[in-house]
Design a protein around this ligand. Sequence first.
Ligand SMILES: [Zn+2]
Length: 399
Amino acid sequence: MRTLREHGQVSRAQLAVHSGLSKATISSLVGDLGQRGLVRAAGTTAGGQGRPGELVELRPASACGVGLDLHVEHVGATVVDLTGEVLLRRQVACDVPGSGPERVLDLLADVLTGVVDDVRARGGWVVGATAAVPGLVDTDGAVVRFAPRLRWREVALRDGLAARTGLALDFFGADNDANLAAVAEQQAGGAAAGLDDFVYLTGDHGVGAGAVSRGELVRGHLGYAGEVGHMMLDPLGPWCSCGRRGCWETQVGLGALLHACASPDDPVRDPALDPDARMALVRARAETGDRRTLDALHQIGTALGAGVAVLVNLFNPAAVVLGGYFAALSEWLVEPVRSEVASRVLAEGAGGATVVASRLGFRAPSTGGAVHALGRVLDDPTVVTMEDHVESTEGMVAP
Ligand SMILES: [Zn+2]
């Protein structure tokens, strides 16, 4: 499955070469995958010597992963197909901290059931769902340990969602939102494609880092690494959702930006508005040279750069990817960040680090969740049973 994903359309002979398996084994495996509806015929090899080989490829929408979004102001889902393309998205406004975990899980289960039905209607199969959580997560048990911005402690996502949807326990996973966003930036057409050393920063109400070093996420002893939003950068600074003072996210989180650039009754501060729409309003004001907006962006950019410099000194990344609202407003934020990094990092030339904007924006965490969930079928295609493959056999590969 992974070889097919990497190479696109290939013959059985090429699959044998790439995988190191015998041609007979490959033929048998391709036949099995065809019966599960996961692969299809894709014409024949052109030119070359001997008789043309039949090509096979993944059936893109046959198996899909779902990434679940748990945000302060909404819940949502992103569905990604076998080739990594985004198939559909859903988002529902919700005051998550104010609603409490039980009601939010009800809503999230509804969203999930809806997209599972949609995918089935298109002839596909959802193989799993992974939730992107802005906080500390026990990834083995899919339990939220502590998410200060959501005001959640010890919430068993897997148990709660399985009970509500009737789906199997092992259908569900969870991870920190920055970790999953880093995966998406690397593997789903993001700004970190091809990079083995980079730091992704969520730019939202909370700020967290997904650090990838030598191709692997830096998770730490218990999996809680990356809570950089709670680095104390100003001992006399404002109070943070975590109960401490002067955390970096009180300076550069979405709340800080909105507070600096708009009055309380300004539509920019309306949580019912889609985050992208709110950022479009801020952009429009910056483009027309609105003084308050430009001052706010410069202030945020400088404070962002001071923290990014700490991360560059710590990790020596090839790139720092600015996610969420940082990406939406990157035109005004990247320069002050680069300037702070240039002056604060010990290594010459910032140790080769560049500062770039995410290409996936606010959707990076849930897209990464979907990519993570897809891993189930790539690891073990038998999670899609023969009976699951319900619709037409058009384009099927003969066993
Ligand atoms: Zn804090």
